[in-house]
Design a protein. Structure first.
Length: 509
């Protein structure tokens, strides 16, 4: 690689430091990456490779034989990895016979003795040069395309954060990513300390101005940094709800170290709702809706987070996803006409007008199975661990009930959905100010609003972001929309959707 490319230099004093770097790199690599490991015998190439593979496998005992004689060893892990040792390669053309192109098309390639490959390795590779230091350590120089190095710099920044906050040498493992730019890790501190969760949420790029001098995230009230998460977390915990304790933070860097609320969810092993856990979640939600939340939340650093309103502009921006993405997808790329757009948005203006007297509360925004932790060893509302609330707003409380009764990721059969609604209403009726008829209308409107958004979002994630997996939720989301249409207030929107060619289940159309 050219000496002019950006590089990272690291001094590793011992084998343990090399192993930690392997763990860190396991969190940085992506499918399509080729790591070319340069260095003499004993320089640490195999130690780094072994640590990286075991971290991806989350198995410290994973057997990692040297590929010196086989030339390549393949591992079907969370990310497929092919470990090449080209020391015995007699000609670069043999790389094709070893299946290099197929391996890098779907996974990661670790390549020891890469010089034996001549010019056959991709130019976009990451080169890692190992050199001995006088004190017996190793000096590594990592070079490659800046986009790939940025990922490595980020995991090293997080390692430095852990070291500075008393978690030196902690083990790190991939937990998950989500539909946003956030990622999560499990952190295992040295000793007998409990496992923790690290949120990696770098500030979002500002993005282009799209309307009224604002970016999409500003219009739809999507958090651009971690300060809203910290604020809502504080507000929930102060009121006795189970959001994770924040143990360490670098808000400017977008790094939070959190209490691990556990790994149990509200679904069974087959991915079906566990009825009593859904019922407990709805009871917790009813308690949240019966609790007062101030709009302005003071943070420890002197900042104040003001919870935004789920206003008309935000609601309409979200429902536009249906006409901007879902309908063109159904029509083979044909855009919605200006007249049809005006008619659709006019219907939504009328529906939003009907929310003027709706009960408002803190809207967590994604109160559904992926974001609810079951804490079976606790009692009462403490059994419900709440995560992923950084985009919270003040808006119709019915929205969050729609989120869980019409869970976006899992099918809640109609009898359970009806039971959840009945349970919620029974709890809320205790309050003399609760207007059940108005709430049920608000629920139908917000259920339709959420479904219209998601019908477009699933397509956008596929077409724009290459995330095809979300399309499996489309049939369920259309069923949710049809259920919302059972309320007479939604008749104009139902008729518009049928005329536009949206395929609703026949039983509810």
């Amino acid at each position: 690689m050219s000496d002019s490319l950006p590089s990272i230099m690291l001094d590793l004093p011992d084998e343990a430091a090399t192993m930690r770097l392997g763990e860190d790199l396991a969190l940085a690599v992506q499918a399509g990456d080729c790591l070319a490991l340069h260095g003499d015998l004993g320089a640490g190439k195999s130690t780094l490779s072994r640590s990286l593979l075991r971290a991806i496998a989350d198995d410290p005992e994973l057997e990692v034989p040297s590929p010196t004689f086989t030339l390549v060893q393949s591992y079907e892990l969370r990310l497929p990895v092919a470990h090449f040792d080209l020391y015995r390669l007699s000609d670069p053309s043999e790389l094709d016979e070893l299946g290099f192109d197929e391996a890098i098309a779907t996974g990661i390639c670790l390549v020891e003795w890469p010089d034996k490959a001549g010019g056959a390795l991709p130019k976009s590779r990451i080169d890692i040069h190992f050199a001995f230091t006088p004190d017996g350590g190793r000096r590594l120089t990592i070079s490659g395309p800046e986009a790939k190095l940025a990922r490595i710099r980020r995991v090293l920044q997080i390692r430095n954060f852990l070291d500075k906050n008393g978690y030196a040498n902690a083990a790190r493992r991939h937990l998950m990513g989500d539909a946003s730019t956030r990622a999560y890790e499990f952190i295992y501190p040295v000793g007998e300390y409990a496992r923790l969760v690290l949120m990696d949420a770098p500030k979002r790029p500002n993005g282009p101005v799209i309307r009224d001098g604002k970016r999409y995230s500003q219009i739809a009230h999507i958090a651009e940094d971690v300060y809203p998460f910290v604020a809502i977390d504080l507000a929930l915990r102060e009121r006795g709800f189970s959001a994770p304790a924040i143990l360490a933070s670098d808000c400017e860097a977008g790094i939070l170290l959190l209490e691990d609320l556990g790994s149990q969810g509200i679904l069974d092993e087959a991915g079906r709702p566990i009825a009593d856990r859904y019922c407990a979640s709805v009871a917790c939600l009813a308690a949240i809706h019966g609790t007062s939340f101030e709009r302005d939340i003071a943070l420890a650093d002197g900042r104040t987070h003001q919870i935004p309103d789920f206003d008309r502009t935000a609601m309409k921006m979200e429902v536009e996803l249906l006409i901007d993405w879902h309908l063109p997808w159904k029509r083979g790329g044909l855009a919605v006409s200006d007249d049809a757009r005006r008619s659709y948005l006019g219907i939504w203006d009328d529906l939003i007008d009907q929310l003027a007297d709706a009960e408002t509360s803190l809207v967590l925004r994604d109160f559904h199975s992926p974001n609810i932790i079951w804490r079976g060893d606790k009692t009462g509302h403490d059994r419900i661990g709440i995560i992923d609330f950084q985009d919270a707003m003040i808006g119709p409380s019915a929205y969050d009930l729609a989120s869980i009764v019409q869970d976006a990721r899992v099918t809640v059969e109609r009898p359970l959905a009806d039971q959840l609604m009945a349970d919620y209403l029974a709890i809320r009726r205790v309050s003399p100010s609760f207007d059940e008829t108005l709430f049920q209308k608000s629920w139908a409107i917000m259920a339709a609003q959420r479904a219209c958004k998601l019908c477009g979002l699933w397509v956008r994630l596929k077409a724009r972001d290459g995330k095809d997996g979300y399309m499996k939720h489309m049939p369920r989301t259309l069923r949710h929309l049809s259920v919302a249409f059972e309320h007479p207030a939604l008749a104009p929107l139902r008729d518009w959707c049928i005329e536009a060619g949206i395929e609703l289940p026949e039983s509810a159309a």
